[in-house]
Design a protein around this ligand. Structure first.
Ligand code: UDX
Length: 426
């Protein structure tokens, strides 16, 4: 089939590359001409393992354009994969979505508009309305949310747990289901509103688990239990399961914070106070800040102390710093009068951290003269660091392991004071 993907961000590029890999003819369209030029030259503007190879391997079936007309020529399915950032009120900003909808020309054959961007429940119905108002009855509408995580996006797309397709007309759902031929996964067919809610509810369930285990970790600290053992012990219960029970300094990224806020607002706008989700979000905010308390307890004051942040990306395997705990931590540390250095193997913090944080060329350089190291992202490069050498460089051998990624015993043997999250500290 011929597919157009609107939006060349993480979701759009992964969607385009994977559908091309399944044998479809794909054109990716973005308004940012610089991005399109780079992609045409074989340069991929984001860090996503395997994406560059996949784009290259399927080069014959993939084109990039800034032109709407070119993208829509003879197209069967148009995927919308544009950003839906939060507005100041916490609602999703759908401006880019509406632009795509309004750009669609009148067509004399059936074309399916498939929504990949995460949108509030009810968006599909409003889009349908707008299409009908414009006389575009030939354009079908399908909600086909993505569940890909950064760093594993290609595997998640080609080997998903499920494919969700919500449609007003089953013919359109059939087309989108056929597009996925070659992917072995259960297909959940639903009405449009339910498909939209599946995406938001899945993310809400995952963030609830994270905030849950983080609160358990905090209670472990207060009571002398170890959250790693607790997570293992509860995760083996088949009704609970082991995933998303890693305690730490909270979730970040481009989806969880934005989508949980959007669901909270959606509920509130509909007259419902989603208390559980409110608490989940608040727990996450406080969790990022708990590191400050841990540092203060041992260093007494942060004023004039040098703190090294190891990892800036919101998780390993990505250069993405959107809503990363590192940003909140850096901000809080600077506000407390600390000197902050940072290192990340991939993420470039120079722009986001505004010149106030020293971005070091290596982890050891970041640790030079530091009074404490904070593991913010559990990169393998940080876990496997030569911690003996690190100790030599630091003013005080003190690590706050915000991801429980390090070997606490080995560090203590090297003379480090070690503090994880939800673990007994000695
Ligand atoms: C997430 C969802 O997994 C994906 O389905 C959705 O489409 C987009 O949002 P992503 O943001 O790429 O994907 O990252 P993910 O790997 O899910 O992690 C999100 C955040 O949660 C990270 O900051 C991570 O550190 C944190 N996390 C995850 C925990 O703190 N503990 C856990 O046990 C798991």
């Amino acid at each position: 089939m011929r597919i157009a993907v609107f939006g060349a961000g993480y979701v759009g590029l992964v969607t385009g590359a994977c559908f091309a890999d399944l044998g479809h003819d794909v054109v990716v369209r973005d308004v940012a001409e610089g991005k399109i030029d780079a992609l045409r030259d074989g340069r991929v503007p984001i860090h996503e393992p395997g994406l560059e190879e996949l784009l290259e391997r399927n080069g014959e079936r993939l084109r990039f354009t800034a032109s709407v007309e070119e993208a829509l020529e003879d197209v069967d399915v148009v995927f919308v994969a544009v950003g839906t950032p939060p507005t100041p009120s916490g609602d999703a900003d759908l401006t880019a979505v509406w632009t795509v909808v309004d750009e669609l020309p009148d067509v004399d054959r059936r074309v399916v508009l498939a929504m990949k961007s995460t949108v509030p429940v009810g968006t599909g119905r409003t889009v349908r309305h707008r299409l009908d108002e414009r006389g575009l009855e030939n354009v079908g509408y399908v909600s086909n949310p993505e569940f890909t995580a950064e760093g594993t996006a290609i595997r998640d797309f080609l080997h998903p747990d499920r494919i969700v397709i919500g449609a007003f007309d089953s013919r359109d759902a059939d087309v989108v289901e056929q597009l996925h031929a070659g992917i072995d996964a259960p297909v959940v067919r639903a009405d449009v509103a339910s498909a939209e809610m599946i995406k938001l509810a899945a993310n809400a369930a995952l963030v609830t688990r994270i905030s849950f285990i983080n609160e358990i970790a905090n209670v472990c600290e207060a009571t002398g239990a170890d959250v790693l053992r607790v997570a293992e012990g509860i995760g083996l219960d088949r009704r609970i399961g082991p995933s998303f029970l890693r305690a730490g300094i909270g979730y970040g990224g481009s989806c969880f914070p934005k989508d949980s806020l959007a669901l909270k607002q959606l509920a509130a706008n509909s007259g419902y106070n989603f208390q559980l989700l409110n608490a989940v979000i608040e727990v996450n905010e406080l969790q990022k800040r708990r590191v400050i308390g841990k540092l203060e307890r041992r260093l007494e004051t942060l004023r004039g102390k040098k703190i090294a942040l190891l990892g800036l990306a919101f998780k390993p395997g990505t250069d993405d710093m959107r809503e990363a705990p590192s940003l909140v931590l850096a901000g809080r540390l600077l506000a407390e009068g600390a000197e902050v250095s940072a290192w990340d193997p991939v993420a470039d913090g120079s722009g986001r951290l505004d010149g106030k944080v020293e971005i070091a060329p290596s982890a050891l350089d970041a640790l030079d003269g530091a009074d404490a190291a904070v593991v913010v992202t559990e990169w393998a490069e940080i876990r496997d660091l030569d911690w003996a050498a690190a100790g030599e460089r630091m003013r005080r051998r003190f690590v706050v392991d915000g991801r429980n990624a390090l070997d606490a015993e080995a560090l203590r043997e090297l003379g480090f004071e070690y503090e994880g999250i939800g673990r007994t500290s000695s």
